[in-house]
Ligand binder design. Sequence first.
Ligand SMILES: Cc1ncc(COP(=O)(O)O)c(C=O)c1O
Length: 414
Amino acid sequence: MAKVSFRYGLSLFFMSVIPGAWRRTAAGAGLLAADGTVAPTIFAEMSAAAARTGAINLGQGFPDEDGPVEVLEAARAAIAGGANQYPPGRGVPDLLAAISEHQRRFYGLDIDPDREVIVTAGATEALTAALLALIDGPDDEVVVFEPYYDSYAAAVALAGAKLVTVPLRAPGFQPDLDRFAASVSDRTRIILVNDPHNPTGAVFGAEVLTEVVRLAQRHDAVIITDEVYEHLAFHAPHMPIATLPGAAERTLTISSAGKTFSTTGWKIGWIHGPAALITAVLTVKQYLTYVNGSPFQPAIAAGLRLPDAYFADAAAALSRKHEILGAGLRAAGFTVLPPQGGYFTVADATDIGGADSAAFCRALPEAAGVVAIPLSAFVSEAHRDAYTGLVRFAACKRVEVLEEAAARLAAFGR
Ligand SMILES: Cc1ncc(COP(=O)(O)O)c(C=O)c1O
């Protein structure tokens, strides 16, 4: 016992004295304690709770079934065919061409595959590389809607800029446009938008997207848009910001194969935009991973060329899963805030004793046999109180798993 606490004490000592950018990254993510130690992310904590208790893990957003067989087969064939060494720095030409074709086919966007797009290690690397490339110092500000996907605050902090948040409030999770306008200034280097939105499930209205472009033009900011759920919008076709008048010349559009083809572990993402911005991002990206996923790149090219029905079916199947989950949550007494897109349903647990959703989620694996994440995990520390009561559940699981989770939740609520 004494030995364990000695070791623990030693690691505390080292953590508190090691200087470096890791500290501001951890602080940006809300993980740095006053004594210098780093807390595990809530996802690690909740996945451990799922493993310990046998609870159904609706915490982290990854599918529990394989994506299209054509895509999986293409990866196997690529490995067998020898695509096992470094691909070109910008990405395999066939995938660059397929991304360009995809953007034209679905959105009418015209992208030069040789100069205006690069393949990245998931959307996460695209985002971090873009922030590191474009942020110039501590006076630069990055405006985001809050709650936000958890890597945003960490990457903005690593890049050394200031995060400026604009709240999204239940039930609709659309920003107040006056508040948004007041948050953007000449210090704003980047407006970072995620649409469809994780964790809230919001899809932003045309007036919000138009305001993003107007404010970016007015203050000469770059727009970075994270569209990883582009094919999982339930009520209307996805509208990339880059398609709006005046947007393309200042927008970096990020997406990823992970959500669209249920290949989150392959980490194939991409970023496209004007050649000068893409060159800036590539300059940083080439010293992060350089390249990744050679055999997966041609497989994702095959995926992006699948017929329209594949994409429509993927959205319809996920929407149905949200309905199953939502029914279970309602039966348990949650107030459900139905998503318009993406992997997650947000529900209010206040009426069933979940007014403190962080404590509620810590108890839920034991109490109900289900793991979920409090929305406060996607909010800066100062703003957590505004989101208490709200809980995020992943719907990207097999129907039978969701039905079992729904039954457990309903039994728990009774
Ligand atoms: C909004 C958002 N952006 C980016 C990512 C990460 O994408 P990737 O796995 O391609 O890095 C996720 C994954 O959950 C996400 O929800």
